[in-house]
Design a protein around this ligand. Structure first.
Ligand SMILES: [Ca+2]
Ligand SMILES: [Ca+2]
Length: 136
């Protein structure tokens, strides 16, 4: 499994202040590209879709996401398609990508968390694996 390391660009004073504010919720620094994130989101959809019918119903969502079901189900048909899921999750990513460089850093993620945005799933949470049928 590939582990992303942050290249050594020094944090600004503001970023340091943010980092200090976020210390109580410390997660190791990371940078997540939009492309990586797309894969993570796809794998999470597959994992959440327990009955493999290519849509998520409210009971398949995590408790954290369940309250936002109606928002994610854009066409209101009672199921979240892969397309609706990806679109919504990528919108969360773009919202957190403050400087619009196509990556979300841990600093941006901590800031979003402080604003009570949802946590984005990370590659570590949804590792790429081809182990067919594992834990379904
Ligand atoms: Ca389903
Ligand atoms: Ca739908």
């Amino acid at each position: 499994m590939a582990v992303l390391l942050v290249a050594g660009c020094g944090p600004s004073a503001e970023e340091k202040a943010e980092t200090n504010a976020a210390v109580q919720n410390f997660t190791p620094p990371f940078v997540m590209s939009r492309l990586d994130y797309g894969g993570v989101v796809e794998r999470r959809f597959r994992r959440l879709d327990r009955n493999d019918d290519d849509k998520l119903v409210a009971s398949e969502l995590s408790p954290r996401l369940a309250p936002r079901f109606a928002e994610i189900d854009a066409n209101g048909d009672g199921g979240i398609s892969n397309e609706e899921w990806s679109k919504w999750m990528l919108a969360r990513f773009d919202h957190q990508d403050e400087n619009r460089d196509g990556t979300v850093t841990s600093a941006e993620r901590e800031k979003a968390r402080a604003q009570r945005e949802m946590d984005l799933p990370t590659p570590a949470e949804e590792p790429a694996t081809n182990a067919a049928g594992a834990a379904k």
